[in-house]
Design a protein around this ligand. Structure first.
Ligand code: HEC
Ligand code: HEC
Ligand code: HEC
Ligand code: HEC
Length: 368
């Protein structure tokens, strides 16, 4: 009798074990060693979850030769691209049309067809700012985007509003039995479905708070040096987002025996460091400045426009669009060098764009 009972108990324990292991995602894995052997720097990917088909951009229109009268000479109200030849300007309009405007509206999404020079549609004002923003990304943030660069398509992928974006979360209901959850336990894709807070976007991708877990002094100095429990939770939330956005493990950037150490990190961590600063610049200098231009229905619950995070461009790939560069299709988006009547765009202060502790091994990483 007791043998039977034991067998039943053992069988149910076995069953539970299988049920628990179910959460461990069985199935084919692909493992790539990306660092020194024995250091655990491996990328382990569930091949079934790999991005199967990268978005296929629309076929480009043939780029006309440069030269001839400029857009500024030809048209009435060209404020950013005045120095671009009219031929290339028209070409860019056609590309923007494919990359951003809903096909059923076409040019009319931004223009009054009876008066192309008019700025009456808010979408045109937004698009003008987005042209400047794209130029800044390509000309000022090459430590992140390299020569690959970005176009409107990198974020928009044929949609008027990019699929991946964020805004400040709505106020929590103070009478809720669960209290203020500070963006935790919300099951949000923004923290890769962990229960970590998603409010870190506001602190780190619009604000410039320190992204820290380790205290850098033995004892608290004055106010805490940015390593409180809350800071640590938000930092991990952001790290989950970054990993998910790029479709990688933590070891794509870190040596997990010393997360904070730059000298033991992979060069990709430095690229990511610049990426965080680039995203702040994009969100603060460009998108937030459009708050009064966007209609209320296009804004988040707190009235701020939707902003950019790592997923906006990367969409699950460590190189957006699988590393395909589209920038030669739109040379005018390469940067202010080709602009004639360029309005003052504050260039990212060169001095501010450096990882902390740029000396020692860190400097060597940057050179790679
Ligand atoms: C996503 C918005 C958007 C779409 C779609 C778009 N444009 Fe434009 N267009 C702009 C912006 C912004 C400017 C002003 C650029 C500047 O100030 O440098 C402009 C300016 C122009 C001008 C100059 C008008 C003038 O006299 O000042 C022409 C011509 C033009 N666009 C043609 C087109 C055509 C043709 C299409 C469709 C194939 C098109 N645009 C689609 C945003 C758009
Ligand atoms: C780094 C990512 C990024 C790039 C690059 C980018 N955009 Fe955007 N764009 C956004 C985000 C995010 C929004 C949504 C803002 C919102 O809804 O509050 C947006 C909104 C817009 C809108 C408003 C759409 C609407 O219906 O309200 C237009 C028009 C637009 N972008 C045009 C462009 C053009 C033209 C380019 C290329 C010159 C471009 N964008 C490049 C991120 C980007
Ligand atoms: C794409 C690169 C990248 C990935 C992937 C990544 N990190 Fe990070 N991590 C960074 C960068 C860059 C910083 C420094 C940010 C800063 O100072 O602005 C950082 C900082 C940290 C810190 C803070 C160290 C300190 O100084 O206190 C910890 C801890 C950390 N990451 C853990 C993780 C974990 C855990 C994962 C996986 C869930 C992860 N990271 C994934 C790039 C990455
Ligand atoms: C405006 C679009 C855009 C945004 C937003 C963006 N990236 Fe990137 N990222 C790029 C481009 C373009 C490259 C260069 C890809 C290449 O070399 O083909 C790149 C490259 C990288 C690489 C190097 C990948 C490799 O395989 O070497 C890392 C790491 C990275 N990004 C992290 C981030 C992180 C973290 C964020 C968010 C804080 C972010 N990126 C936001 C466009 C973007």
């Amino acid at each position: 009798m007791s043998r039977v009972l034991t067998n039943i108990v053992l069988a149910s324990i076995g069953g539970m074990g299988i049920a628990l292991l179910g959460g461990c995602e069985p199935g084919p894995k692909q493992s790539t060693q990306v660092g020194y052997r024995g250091a655990g720097l491996d990328q382990i990917v569930d091949v079934r979850h790999m991005v199967k088909t990268a978005a296929i951009p629309p076929a480009p229109y043939p780029l006309p030769a440069d030269g001839g009268p400029t857009a500024g000479q030809t048209y009435q109200n060209v404020k950013v691209l005045g120095g671009v030849s009219a031929e290339r300007f028209n070409h860019l309009m056609a590309e923007i049309n494919q990359w951003v405007a809903p096909p059923e509206q076409g040019c009319a999404y931004c223009h009054n067809p009876a008066n192309m020079a008019s700025d009456e549609k808010y979408t045109k004002i937004v698009a003008r700012r987005m042209i400047q923003m794209t130029q800044t990304i390509n000309s000022q943030w090459s430590p992140h985007v390299q020569n690959v660069g970005v176009t409107c398509y990198t974020c928009h992928r044929g949609n008027a509003v990019p699929t991946n974006k964020w805004a400040m979360p709505g106020a929590q209901n103070p009478n809720s039995i669960r209290g203020n959850r500070y963006g935790m336990n919300e099951l949000s894709a923004d923290a890769a479905y962990s229960d970590l807070p998603t409010t870190g976007f506001g602190d780190y991708l619009a604000g410039a708070k320190n992204i820290r877990v380790n205290a850098h002094t033995a004892l608290p100095v004055g106010r805490m040096t940015g390593a409180s429990v809350q800071t640590a939770e938000k930092t991990y939330g952001l790290m989950m987002h970054m990993s998910k956005a790029l479709g990688v493990n933590c070891t794509f950037c870190h040596n997990t025996q010393a997360f904070a150490s730059w000298s033991q990190s992979r060069p990709q961590r430095v690229t990511a460091w610049y990426g965080i600063r680039m995203v702040r610049d994009v969100n603060n200098t460009y998108i937030s400045s459009l708050a009064s231009v966007f209609p209320a229905y296009r804004k988040g619950p707190q009235g701020d426009p939707y902003k950019v995070n790592c997923t906006t461009c990367h969409q699950g790939q460590n190189k957006p669009l699988g590393g395909v560069s589209m920038i030669d299709q739109a040379p005018a988006l390469k940067g202010p060098l080709v602009m004639a009547a360029a309005p003052a765009v504050a260039p990212a202060a060169a001095g501010a764009v450096k990882p902390l502790a740029m000396n020692g091994p860190q400097a060597a990483i940057v050179k790679k």
